[in-house]
Ligand binder design. Structure first.
Ligand code: RAM
Length: 344
């Protein structure tokens, strides 16, 4: 909050032409001199731009420098090229959202062997490929929220489909696996029929095409669940523009979903979820700086202070590695979507 106030003051200072410098009073030196590379899954996705902005703001306020790097496409091969390049430069840490669970292991091990700290956020490479993963919300908590939303929106029974990102994406696959496990182990959901998992590759056009195909192939489809901000926004527009009776939920950015969120026939999405996006960038930045400083190594039960967010403990992740869970998923409804849309 203090940071935001300072930015506002800085802007006001610029607008009114006053040249007195305003010092950021909460600047620290926790990341002094550190050089960090932040690697996303693909370029042109507002999700990463928002998380990266908060990561950069946090790390720079602590004296670090951050380079944001995107691979040419959302594949492991493209990320390996990026990593190859980064390893030969003098980075203290690489923090990445992985396009594949296992395929990056050799490259990330090479980075760690070269003395580069490796953290991950949003989508984790396997346990051997990282020191720690910053998980935006518990995997099961996200899956449970999505399953319950599908159940509720479908009225407890009928056909539904998943519109995911890429077929290799660790985070989407983890949520999908957890959703399937919940459904298989609880009779409450026995009358829901998952007809297909489609992949829009986190590309708007492909996600739109996949939505269209789902509607053609399953005329009785009641709900699409898209656990990707790119997929849900594309599907929301397609369903709404075409007046479809099929409804939507999933993980979305309030700013991209505001126009489609509503409880009536005019809107395609009754409600959806995400998490604290600013917190994700902030926590990932602090975890990465803490690794570089040696305050944590990524081992179970270690604790550290993530600035204003407070103290966090490293816990065991579902894949046997370790993680730091930011918090609970957030629900966005017709009542609160506009308020959050101003933030992200
Ligand atoms: C997309 C990406 C990202 C995911 C969000 C929910 O932006 O696939 O990795 O966390 O959706």
């Amino acid at each position: 909050m203090k940071k935001k106030l300072i930015s506002v003051l800085l802007c006001a200072t610029m607008v009114f032409g006053v040249v007195t410098p305003v010092l950021a009073e909460d600047s620290g030196s926790y990341g002094e001199g550190q050089k960090i590379a932040l690697v996303g899954k693909s370029a042109g996705n507002a999700f990463f731009e928002i998380a990266a902005a908060s990561f950069v703001e946090t790390a720079e306020a602590e004296g670090a420098t951050v380079d944001i790097v995107y691979p040419e496409e959302a594949t492991a091969d493209a990320q390996i090229k990026v990593l190859d390049n980064l390893i030969s430069q003098d980075y203290d840490a690489i923090c990445l959202s992985a396009n594949d669970t296992n395929a990056l292991q050799a490259k990330l091990e090479e980075a760690m062997d070269a003395g580069i700290a490796v953290s991950s956020f949003d989508s984790a490479p396997n346990a051997a490929s990282r020191q720690v993963f910053v998980n935006q919300a518990g995997t099961t908590a996200v899956a449970q929220a999505l399953v319950d939303a599908v159940y509720d929106i479908a009225g407890g029974e009928g056909q539904w489909a998943i519109l995911s990102a890429t077929s290799q994406a660790t985070n989407q696959n983890a949520w999908i696996d957890a959703m399937q496990e919940i459904i298989e182990n609880d009779d409450t959901y026995a009358d829901l029929e998952l007809v297909e998992i489609a992949y829009g590759d986190d590309e708007a056009q492909k996600s739109t095409d996949q939505t269209e195909a789902l509607l053609q192939n399953y005329p009785d489809l009641k709900v699409i669940c898209a656990p990707t901000t790119v997929g849900i926004a594309a599907a929301a527009k397609y369903l709404q523009d075409n007046g479809s009776s099929c409804k939507l939920t999933g993980l979305g950015l309030p700013s991209e979903m505001e126009a489609y969120t509503g409880d009536d026939d005019e809107h395609s999405c009754p409600y959806f979820y995400l998490w604290d996006m600013e917190g994700l960038g902030e926590l990932s930045a602090y975890a990465t700086m803490a690794l570089i400083n040696g305050d944590i190594t990524g081992a179970l039960d270690e604790t550290f202070t993530a600035g204003d967010l407070g103290e966090y403990t490293i816990t065991e992740a579902d894949d046997g590695g370790t993680e730091i869970v930011l918090g609970e998923p957030l629900e966005f409804t017709p009542e609160n979507v506009s308020e959050y849309a101003e933030l992200y």
